[in-house]
Write a protein that binds this ligand. Structure first.
Ligand SMILES: NC(=O)c1ccc[n+]([C@@H]2O[C@H](COP(=O)([O-])OP(=O)(O)OC[C@H]3O[C@@H](n4cnc5c(N)ncnc54)[C@H](O)[C@@H]3O)[C@@H](O)[C@H]2O)c1
Ligand SMILES: O=C(O)[C@H](O)COP(=O)(O)O
Length: 387
């Protein structure tokens, strides 16, 4: 029996995929798995029982990913599962920034009791007029799951799309429309584009990448959209650029005291992935990842351990080992198992950066002593008997 705990509400369509071998627990103690959306986990004490964290979503900046790797806790996310939800909101954001739709709706609500509201509306509408997005230049920074979808949709709406992503995956590149201009320098995006939207993860290297220097290089009257993370933008510099007229509008999905209520800023309360479809897609993918990991030891879409798949175990036993990616690990594992007379039926070892993962199928059951010896090897963070 496995136990899981949800730190945020997770769609029932996903949780329903847990079978009778799984129990939902109201607290973390004794849990094998944690499911989370945006709850902040950095200051949380995780019990030793937790082996896996699944982020039902894309961004993992709320999770101490490296500390988890050190403790042998595998962290998953659900790549692309909410990308369409975000893409649609980005398109809405561009339209809201181009015409004063919000101001117009608010005006009608305020004047609703005027007897001649129809005539008044015709007179007043010019103050809410704007421009169209067709024919404008859109710069996209980050062409992953979301950026690529925004690029294709904006291109279909008649925008001239400039895309920048020095680390683009082969899959994302294949999915891009041929109309997207491949841009190799951010300066070109800044100097050419009327709209700029950012879709990169929040990392040390991307924090405040939109700063005063970047803003100074942008076209006068640029519209900036941020549906990725607020800390990607130096929002004090942004406010200055907005107040001076350099930036026409800032559309952000992240409410904070710097941006909320400021003239020229449209703030939504982190709604990008809050659609029925995205929430369900993320929950379904997260639960499938957790189950395959707990039941078979397989890893797909982890952000701190490598992909590793040996299917379902047909041998007598399977052991999963989380460890550092350093020399001499495999030989130590096989030496301990060999000394016990345990024959290895199958084995896979994969690495990702500093960390590695080994799955070993055995023709007989490993003793507690052998498992303890494996755990005692320097660089091993967790040894788990999967079967
Ligand atoms: N508003 C929301 O509700 C919402 C929903 C989903 C994701 N997000 C945010 O959006 C981010 C992107 O999501 P995604 O699903 O597209 O992720 P993704 O991993 O598919 O794409 C990220 C892309 O950014 C690129 N990249 C990384 N560093 C870069 C840099 N310095 N310059 C240019 N490109 C760079 C990567 O190569 C990758 O292609 C997430 O990390 C998350 O923070 C927000
Ligand atoms: O990174 C993400 O997937 C988004 O920011 C969505 O976050 P949420 O699941 O808390 O809505």
């Amino acid at each position: 029996m496995f136990q899981y705990h949800c730190l945020n509400p997770i769609a029932e369509k996903g949780l329903g995929l847990f079978n009778e071998e799984y129990k939902k627990s109201e607290d973390l103690q004794e849990c094998d798995a944690v499911l989370v959306r945006s709850a902040k986990m950095h200051d949380m004490e995780l019990p030793e029982s937790v082996k896996v964290i699944a982020r039902a979503g894309a961004g993992v900046n709320n999770i101490p990913v490296k500390d988890c790797a050190e403790k042998g806790v595998v962290v998953f996310n659900t790549p692309g599962a909410n990308a369409n939800g975000v893409k649609e909101l980005v398109l809405a954001g561009m339209l809201l920034a181009s015409r004063d739709i919000v101001g117009g709706i608010e005006w009608v609500a305020k004047e609703k009791d005027q007897e001649d509201i129809d005539k008044l509306a015709e007179k007043q509408k010019k103050q809410f007029a704007g421009c169209e997005i067709m024919g404008k230049k859109l710069g996209i920074i980050g062409l992953g799951a979301i950026g690529a979808m925004v690029a294709n949709a904006a291109s279909a709406l008649g925008m001239e799309v400039y895309g920048y992503d020095p680390y683009i995956s082969i899959d994302a590149a294949w999915n891009l429309s041929r109309t997207i201009k491949h841009i190799k320098s951010l300066d070109e995006i800044y100097s050419q584009c009327d709209y700029i939207t950012i879709h990169v993860p929040l990392l040390d290297s991307t924090k405040e990448m939109i700063n005063k220097e970047a803003l100074d290089k942008m076209k006068d009257g640029v519209v900036l959209l941020n549906f990725a993370r607020d800390l990607l933008v130096d929002e004090d510099a942004l406010i200055e650029a907005l107040d001076s007229g350099k930036v026409k509008k800032y559309v952000t999905d992240f409410a904070n005291h710097t941006v909320a209520g400021h003239k020229g800023i449209l703030v939504t309360p982190h709604l990008g992935a809050s659609t029925e479809e995205s929430e369900e897609n993320c929950a379904v993918m997260a639960v499938k990842e957790v189950r395959d990991f707990l039941e078979n030891g397989n890893i797909k879409n982890s952000v701190n351990f490598p992909n590793c798949d040996m299917g379902t175990c047909v041998a007598v036993g399977r052991i999963a080992i989380c460890h550092k990616n350093i020399p001499n690990m495999i030989s130590q594992f096989t030496k301990i198992l060999g000394a016990e007379g345990l024959n290895i039926a199958d084995m896979t070892n994969k690495s990702k950066g500093e960390y590695a993962y080994t799955l070993i199928d055995l023709e007989s059951t490993a003793s507690k002593e052998a498992l303890d010896e494996l755990k005692a090897i320097e660089g091993v963070s967790r040894v788990r008997v999967v079967k």
